[in-house]
Ligand binder design. Structure first.
Ligand code: ADP
Ligand code: ASP
Ligand code: MG
Length: 402
């Protein structure tokens, strides 16, 4: 069997953890399997590198940031190769350039385009454990790029697809995918299995346990994932196309604190305004999420929407540039908000689900600022200070606890 294993930052955070991972990989290697291991940077080292960079230059170049943070993963793989060598097992570490992992050239948020597998296959044939840096790639000009925060999961799934691996195992610091972030919701329950579609919604809506692109890619290439702990041998969560269980009404609750609400007040109430607004944002690659337009009154209307916090100021500047001042009254920006979402395939045929969520929020006194829905999700925007109270109330409402 060819197995791709991915270990996150906490799982390789210190010497003891590195040896723990090394031993787990060696166990499977000694059963005769081919092992490819994807690693993230040790502990919080990516955050630390970013902080150091901002201290030197508060508006750093994206190219240099990628050059910098890709070092974190390089440290992990070489340390791991040293540990495996110490344990007497041949291992080789490869960075994105050596593999090579080709990406687009969008620094900080590049997309994987193609992976050369020859080098990895060669090393495997020589019975080495192959250790690959997560989260990074190379563009067509040989610049190093990164895939976005949490992107090592995507590296692992992409490698599993490219190598036609028999298994893709994502090892992390919790036992699997839970009905909500177990650090926020004490009653959260581990799921035995979840569909790609549900997992994709959850990870896009803030469940950081898997990078959303990794789920997208797993679905596209039919890579079945197992999410489990690197610290114990408990069975994890399987992510796949179909699940055996009856579809749950709601399978999970997620929060995303990284949201800002922008309201453009007093726009002209005429055709083309929304197009003009969102087209301008799209041109600059700004992703817009929950959208709300008020009913027109006295020839004007308001449009509000959410964007990720780190692009909010840029979004406001784009609107100011794209509309003459006389075309609107003012732009409001609200940063202390969070998105709270419920996700479940069973929602499709059950109209009362949204109402139950709103009831849970009403019962705990949390006001809803915006609402958006899809076939398998309901998202509300709330004040950030109520996140913990709200997520626990909504989670309990749907009896997601044991
Ligand atoms: P890694 O470094 O292994 O990639 P991450 O920090 O990226 O780990 O992801 C694991 C974390 O995701 C957990 O520690 C947990 O707090 C968080 N998390 C958020 N939502 C969920 C969820 N629904 N199920 C499990 N973990 C979740
Ligand atoms: N080290 C990177 C990050 O912290 C990638 C990852 O952890 O997946 O975002
Ligand atoms: Mg992660």
């Amino acid at each position: 069997m060819l197995i791709v294993k991915k270990f996150g930052g906490t799982s390789v955070g210190n010497k003891e953890r590195i040896f723990n991972v090394a031993k787990r990989c060696i166990e499977d290697y000694q059963k005769g399997h081919d092992i490819v291991v994807v690693l993230s940077a040790m502990g919080k080292s990516t955050d630390e590198l970013i902080e150091m960079a901002r201290d030197i230059n508060p508006r750093p170049s994206k190219r240099e940031m990628d050059m910098l943070v890709t070092t974190g993963e390089q440290i992990s793989v070489s340390m791991m190769a040293l540990a495996m060598g110490f344990l007497g097992v041949p291992a080789v570490s490869l960075n994105a350039f050596q593999v090579a992992m080709h990406t687009t050239h969008r620094y900080g948020n590049a997309r994987l385009k193609r992976i050369d597998t020859d080098r990895i296959r060669n090393e495997l044939e020589q019975r080495k454990i192959v250790l690959v840096t997560g989260f990074q790639g190379v563009d067509k000009y040989d610049n190093l790029t990164t895939l976005g925060r949490g992107g090592s999961d995507t590296t692992a799934v992409a490698l599993a697809a490219a190598l036609h691996a028999d298994a893709c195992e994502i090892y992390t610091d919790v036992d699997g995918v839970y009905t909500a972030d177990p650090r926020l919701v004490k009653n959260a329950r581990k799921l035995d299995e979840i569909t790609y579609d549900e997992m994709l919604e959850l990870s896009t809506l803030g469940a950081g346990v898997l990078h959303n692109r990794s789920v997208e890619m797993a679905k596209k290439y039919g890579v079945q994932l197992v999410v489990r702990s690197s610290l114990n041998t408990n069975e994890g969560t399987i992510v796949r196309e179909e699940v055996n269980m009856e579809k749950m009404l709601v399978s999970g609750v997620a929060v995303d604190k990284n949201a800002t609400r922008i309201a453009v007040v007093g726009l002209k109430d005429e055709p083309g305004v929304a197009f003009h607004l969102f087209n301008a944002l799209a041109k600059y690659n700004i992703n817009v999420d929950v959208i709300l337009q008020s009913i027109g009154r006295d020839g004007t209307k308001d449009i509000s929407f959410t964007v990720a916090e780190d692009v909010a100021d840029e979004a406001v500047a784009i609107i100011q540039k794209s509309f003459p001042k006389s075309d609107y009254k003012k732009i409001d920006e609200e940063k202390d908000v969070a998105k709270l979402s419920i996700v479940g395939a069973g929602m499709m045929s059950n109209p009362g689900v949204a109402a139950s969520m709103f009831e849970a929020l009403y019962d705990c006194g949390v006001n809803i600022k915006m609402i958006s829905t899809s076939e398998i999700r309901v998202t509300v925007l709330i004040d950030q200070k109520y996140v913990e109270r709200a997520i626990n109330a909504v989670h309990d409402k749907f009896s997601l606890a044991d």
